[in-house]
Ligand binder design. Structure first.
Ligand SMILES: Nc1ncnc2c1ncn2[C@@H]1O[C@H](COP(=O)(O)OP(=O)(O)O)[C@@H](O)[C@H]1O
Ligand SMILES: [Mg+2]
Length: 274
């Protein structure tokens, strides 16, 4: 349903996206990872219509989205969340969803809104206080609820788990796991935590300096030397944590493979010491 062909976005001299080819089928879930500044959010912006690609194409159901405004893309079924929650702060939760549904889906469907409120755990908060006073975990849930209210067939989720404590994170992960079957939407998930990617995504793509450097099953991708290098090549803490996570995941995958093949994992493989 989504096809990116040679997608490139430049900001001045910087190639935020550089010739990205990527395809996602209806109902599929794809994790999108990469160091800070790799171009993940820019990819979402190019798909949802907030930045104009310098080259390449975004196809949705075979249709070229070039020149279509974000609200037109929303009507076609492209929904998204933002890294920083953006509620209409003076409106209630219910009013926020109503606005998202009215303008995103093009029609008001109270039964569906009730289902979304229930699904995201916001039913108790729906009609009372202004959304601006919600706790972070509730704001994150509202961000997801607003995106669902637009009736997306493709949902772009930008670091929706970031900043949540472990209980909130587990609840949110359970929601995300259920989402494709319950709402019939394909999902592109930007997420730093490798364990989360393993838990939720049968497939993961890696961006590095705007280039797609890997695309496949997490067990394979996270032990790809190019992927491990991309995380160990930068000094940031988050990147180091990702590299550690990648090595742990790779070690687990190697152990699982070895168990399946009934041989010892090779302790000398270079990537584990990268
Ligand atoms: N509107 C913009 N103007 C200029 N540079 C931008 C803009 N948006 C993103 N960038 C730059 O593009 C690169 C990719 O950014 P981004 O897509 O936000 O990365 P990620 O989400 O992977 O952390 C970064 O170097 C960032 O500074
Ligand atoms: Mg980002």
């Amino acid at each position: 349903m989504l096809e990116l062909k040679n997608l490139s976005v430049r900001f001045g001299g910087l190639a935020a996206l550089d010739g990205v080819d990527l395809a996602l089928g209806a109902g599929q879930v794809l994790g999108l990872v990469g160091p800070n500044g790799a171009g993940k959010t820019t990819l979402f912006n190019a798909v949802s219509g907030l930045v104009r690609p310098g080259a390449g194409r975004v196809l949705f159901d075979g249709r070229d989205l070039a020149g279509l405004a974000p609200h037109r893309r929303a009507r076609l079924g492209v929904g998204r969340t933002f890294q920083i929650p953006q509620p209409l702060a003076r409106l209630t939760v219910a009013e926020n969803l109503l606005v998202a549904q009215r303008f995103g889906a093009g029609r008001v469907d109270p039964a569906r809104l009730a289902e979304i409120l229930d699904f995201t755990g916001l039913a108790g908060k729906a009609g009372h206080d202004a959304a601006g006073g919600l706790a972070l975990s509730e704001l994150k849930a509202l961000e997801l609820a607003k995106a669902l209210a637009t009736a997306p067939r493709l949902l772009l989720l930008d670091e929706v788990l970031a900043g949540l404590e472990s209980h909130g994170k587990r609840r949110f992960m359970a929601m995300l796991a259920e989402l494709p079957a319950r709402f019939g939407s394909a999902v592109l998930l930007i997420e730093h935590d490798i364990e989360t990617i393993h838990a939720l995504c049968p497939r993961v793509a890696v961006l590095d300096f705007g280039r797609l450097i890997a695309d496949g099953a997490p067990a394979d991708v996270f032990r790809d030397p190019a992927v491990v290098r991309s995380y160990t090549g930068t000094g940031a803490d988050a990147d180091a944590a990702m590299a550690a996570g990648a090595r742990a995941a790779a070690a687990r995958a190697a152990a699982a493979d070895a168990a399946a093949a009934d041989v010892d994992p090779d302790p000398g493989a270079g990537w584990r010491d990268a």
